[in-house]
Write a protein that binds this ligand. Structure first.
Ligand code: PMP
Length: 421
């Protein structure tokens, strides 16, 4: 089955039609940067499981580590700990920013954010959370309450006490990121004066690069401004690095790219290289504050995911993947910018590392370009606050030739969309 599949087309009624399918395709097999549909048609994967498969599909070292662990001890369910959990925590603490060296595992990004928000409330004794327009933090209740990339996400949310502050979204040509950052910070100060006392805020929660919102980098000036206010008021600064973490931006964590250290960060998606695991990384005294709250989750810290995650860290280090993504991300962004300037269906390019996006003329253009890419054998998604963005999140291991092919197809699809009314 190819692009535009529906659950019905498979003759199946059991799978809920809302089961997520961001590209509208069905795939049977994956290898490296490529996936194949059940008819054997081949696609270049510029989605990577929405930033999950940083090493591509079926990376042999990851599979070997997972397979070996499956045969040794596959699951503990929280009844006991196992060696891979200790080893992976140690390894992860070695790549998180200095001082962020206590790890609490969960199974999903939402779960890790839920732990982070809970921890912030318990550790500070305060209730309020400030999140930033365009953000996405997950689909559990506190994570959803903090998500402001789409209004429908917020229906029937019970956990309140989330105040939404502006994020420096650079949209128009000639807008200076630092000016926008200063304006957003000034509005945050205004919010603290008029709506939400800083002394009642437990945490600022922010994605260093907004993912689902449309790949908007927060920038160093904005994040430093948050750091400075967090220190001034005793607020915890939480970085949601579920999507930006594990090398996606060309550093282990985007915190490092911006030189701003949060009090805690969350990681998921690529953490287990395709196996489900997430983590809250923070300081010992903060996470210890959760001790009396009976924290736990049956599928947290799967030993198989821990083994896979460790193998993935080894590959990234051995092959110098971070350095490559850091340098190549800038080249690709420049090329996307050039493409954007030549096509009416596109407005601009933005992103950091291999977390890139093309802002399209409108929602229709984004859909047309995404579908045009898929029809031509390149998987991309369209997303963004206004669903007017095409996101490119390739495997970090994609070759220059594959990238060249993918960008060529994106340009063809944009050219075809130029002509559309
Ligand atoms: N935070 C961010 C930044 C995300 O991109 C996502 C998932 N798209 C989440 C949290 C939620 O993660 P999960 O789907 O694993 O619960």
């Amino acid at each position: 089955m190819g692009h535009g599949d529906t659950v019905e087309a498979h003759g199946q009624r059991a799978l809920a039609a809302i089961q997520p399918n961001h590209t509208g395709t069905t795939m049977a097999r994956g290898e490296g940067s490529w996936v194949w549909d059940p008819e054997g048609r081949k696609y270049l994967d510029l989605v990577s499981g929405i930033a999950t498969l940083n090493l591509g599909h079926g990376r042999p070292e990851v599979l070997a580590a997972a397979q070996a662990q499956m045969h040794t001890l596959a699951h503990g369910g929280g009844a006991f700990l196992d060696q891979p959990v200790y080893a992976f925590a140690e390894r992860l603490a070695g790549i998180t920013p200095d001082g962020i060296d206590s790890i609490l595992f969960s199974a999903t990004g939402s779960g890790a954010n839920e732990s982070a928000l809970h921890m912030a409330r318990v550790a500070t004794g305060r209730d309020d959370i400030v999140s930033f327009r365009g953000s996405f933090h997950g689909r559990t209740e506190a994570a959803l309450a903090a998500s402001v990339s789409r209004a429908e996400f917020r229906t029937k949310i019970l956990a309140t006490d989330v105040t939404v502050a502006p994020f420096p979204h650079v949209e128009a040509p000639g807008e200076e990121p630092d000016d926008l950052a200063d304006r957003a910070l000034a509005e945050l100060d205004e919010i603290h004066e008029t709506e939400c006392l800083p002394e009642e805020v437990a945490a600022y929660v922010v994605e260093p690069v907004q993912g689902l919102g449309g790949c908007f980098p927060a920038g160093e000036r904005f994040l430093s401004g948050l750091r400075e206010r967090a220190d001034r008021y005793g607020i915890l600064l939480l970085f949601d690095e579920v999507q930006t973490g594990m090398g996606r931006t060309g550093a282990w964590f985007a915190a490092e790219r911006y030189g701003v250290t949060p009090d805690a960060l969350t990681s998921a998606k690529a953490l287990g290289s395709g196996f489900p695991i997430s983590a809250l990384a923070t300081r010992h005294e903060l996470v210890e504050s959760l001790q009396k709250s009976g924290h736990g989750s049956t599928f947290a810290a799967s030993p198989v995911a821990c083994a896979a995650g460790q193998a993935a860290i080894d590959v990234v280090e051995r092959e110098g993947i971070l350095e490559r993504v850091w340098a190549s991300g800038e080249v690709v962004l420049a090329r996307l910018d050039a493409i954007a300037s030549e096509h009416e269906s596109l407005r601009r390019a933005r992103g950091l590392g291999y977390m890139l996006a093309l802002a399209c003329r409108d929602r229709e253009a984004a859909v047309a370009i995404a579908e045009g890419c898929i029809d031509r054998g390149v998987l991309v998604t369209h997303s963004g606050m206004h669903a007017d963005t095409v996101r490119l999140i390739p495997p970090l291991t994609i070759s220059d030739e594959e990238l060249d092919f993918g960008l060529g197809v994106v340009e063809e699809a944009a050219a075809a969309a130029d002509a559309a009314p």
